[in-house]
Structures are given as C-alpha cells and as structure tokens.
Design a protein around this ligand. Sequence first.
Ligand code: UDX
Length: 432
Amino acid sequence: MKLCMIGTGYVGLVSGVCFADLGNDVICVDKDNNKINNLKKGIIPIYEPGLEELVLKNYKNNRLNFSTNLKESIKKSDIVFVCVGTPTRRNSNSADLSQVYSVAKEISKSINKFKIIINKSTVPVTTGDEVEKIIAKKVSRKYFSVVSNPEFLREGEAIRDFIYPDRVVIGSNDVKSKKILKNLYSPLISKGAKFLSTNRRAAELIKYASNAFLATKITFINEIANLCEKTEIDVEDISIGIGLDKRIGSRFLRAGPAYGGSCFPKDTKAIVSTADKFKTNLSVIKSVIKSNQIRSDILQKRVNLILKNKVKNKKISFLGVTFKANTDDMRDSSSLKLIPYLSRRGAQIKYYDPTGFKKEFSKLKNVEFSQSIQDSIKGSDLIVIHTEWNDFKSINFRKFSKNKKLIIYDMRNIFSPDKIKKMGFKYFGIGR
Ligand code: UDX
C-alpha cells in the first residue's frame, strides 16, 4: 500500500520505517527541512536501537522516502497517518491539538481520491470527530474516512513493540476502512497480535486509559516501596509476590525514581482534563499524578538522610540521567529535579550517560558531564544509579574507587545489596 506518515518524530519515523519493512511504499513527511535532509543522508534524529539499520535498508530499497512536500505526499498515498505532537498545553493540563488540526486542514486541500486518514498521535476522545469536521468543510465524506489507530510503542523497544504488538486497535466508524487496515496489519496479526476493532472514540480512549493504568501500576508499587523502606522489607519480593497473581501480572511493577518520559506524565494529565470537560472526576488518576510529582521530594529527603544532611561539597556521581534506559530522551526524567536540587545544596556533581552530554544541566553550578563511567565515579562520596542501562549492571566499584566510605544509591535496584556490601560499600536501593 502507499502510505504517508505526517511527522517524523518518534511515532511517525518508527512506524513509517516498520511499515516500509513490511513491503509498503512509505513517504515520511516533516516540515523540518534539516531533519528530512539528515534522514536522506542516514542521520537519525533520535536514539532508538535498531532504527538506523532499518532506515538505511528501506531507503536503499526505495520503499522508504523522505519529503517536506506535504501536499504531493498526501496525493500519492492511499493511507495518511497523522503522527504529530500533542504536548501539554501551556498553563493547562489539556493536550495542545493545534498541530493535529492544522495538518487536517492541509489534508483537506490534497484529497484527490478516497483516503483513509489515521490519527496515530495520542489525542483526546472526540478529536477524530473534529478532524472529520475540518476535512468535510472542503471534501465530501465519501472521499475520506477518519480512523483512530493508537500506538503503544515504548522508547528503546519501539521496533520490537511495532513488530510484535500485544494488540492492534482500529477505531473506525466504517466497515471499508476497518477491512483495509486489517489487511495492512495482517503480517503482524498472523504473527500473533490480537486485532481489536472498535468505534473511533473508544480507540482514542483505549490509548489514554492504557497509559493511565500503567502509570497507576508503577505509582502503586512506588508507594509500597516507601512502606518497605520503613519496615525492612525488600520491595522486589513484593513485586514478585503480587505479580505472580495472574490477575495482576508482573510487568510494570518495578519500583523506581518516578515515572517520566514523553507519554505517562502528559497523557495522565490529558485524560483527567478531558474527563473534567465531560464533568467526570477521575480521582484515582489525579492522585497518581500527585503521588508521582511528590516522589521527587521523597527521593531528595532520602539522599539527605543517606548523606546525614551533609550535602554541601559532597562529590556525587550520577550514572544515567535519561528517564529510562535505551533512550536519549530527558523529558520528565526525575534527574531533572534531583540534580538541580543537589546542585543548589552545594554538592559537586559529575554525571555519565551512554547517550552523552545533556544541555539541561549545562547552566547548573558544579555539575559536569564525564566521558566515562570511571571518570564519573572517581573520587565520589556517593554514586546514584539513576537509570538502568546495561552498561552499569556489572561495574566493579572496588576497581574504580579507592574511597572506603563510598555509598551507592541504586534507584533501579539493579544490584544485589549483599554483593555491594561484600565489596565493603554502603548500599541503598528503592524500597529495600
Ligand atoms: C510509554 C508506554 O509504555 C507506551 O505504550 C506508550 O505508547 C508511550 O508511553 P515510554 O514512555 O517509552 O512508553 O516508556 P515506558 O517503558 O512505558 O516507561 C515509562 C516510565 O515508567 C519510565 O520512567 C520508566 O522508568 C518507568 N517505569 C516503567 C517504572 O518505573 N517501573 C516499571 O515497572 C516500568
């Protein structure tokens, strides 16, 4: 099929490349000239394992193309995926849909034959209705169909999540589009993905409700971890113990610093805001948002406690600063609160991240990027393992540090406390 992906951010690029790899002709469009020129040269704008290889392979095969010409690209395509950003609006919790609506206007000017317009961007319930109205101002409804097809891609695992999804959700109010899209996704369905067809609004809500539920699961175990810290229980035992109940399930039950990233913080706020609009109080999700926000205070208090309230001039090494491993994304990472706080209190901070220097910390006092794990650790009083990169899982701290009083605060519980204690160092984890 001939596909057009509008927006070559995370979702548009990954989905476009994967669809090309399944044998479709794909044009990825973006208004950012620089990005498109770079992509044509094989320069990928984000860090995502496996993405570069797939881009190069499919670009060479000519199944994948890049363009800044929106009109032409839409005209050439049967299916148009809208993959633009829906960030949180300034001074409010609702999603900013201006990019979605402006793309809808553009699409309405370029419909030359029947097209399926798919919203892949995460959008509040009823956005599809609005998009349909915008296009219908220019084109008869018999020439287009607006469908919701949410993505469930995790950063760092996006290619695998695309190829082996648990489910493909198609929200459409017409049978013809459902059939075409089931056919488009048939290579994934035949490998075991469940196909779920709903009306358009339900698909829109499935995306938000899924993310809100996962954020709730993480927040739940983070609060249980707080209790474990006070009662000398290891939260890892609790995660295993409750996760073995099939009704609960073990995934997304890892206690950590606080959930971050481009989706959970934004989508939990947006679903609450949509519900408010419909005069419905989503009190559980509201308290999840609050609990996640105050988690940084809890972590700050714990660092103070670990350092016996003597933060000033302490040498602190941060290993990993991104919101999770296998991504260079800093959005809503808990390090963005923790590092400035410790810098304000007079600590001397060195950080290392496999994805390199972060501009977010460039103006902070006494915060510097280290080129290697070893450099970052050297001379430290405290090592904070902030992100669970594989690179950190087998560090021999004894080899790198001569400091007998070295303390390790493992915010992802990647080390066994006994192992660290045997090396002669003090160990603190989350919920243990
Ligand atoms: C998420 C959803 O998983 C994905 O389906 C959606 O489409 C986009 O948002 P992503 O933001 O890439 O994906 O990351 P994810 O792996 O879900 O992690 C989000 C946050 O939760 C991270 O900060 C991560 O460290 C944290 N997390 C995750 C935990 O603290 N514990 C867990 O058990 C799992």
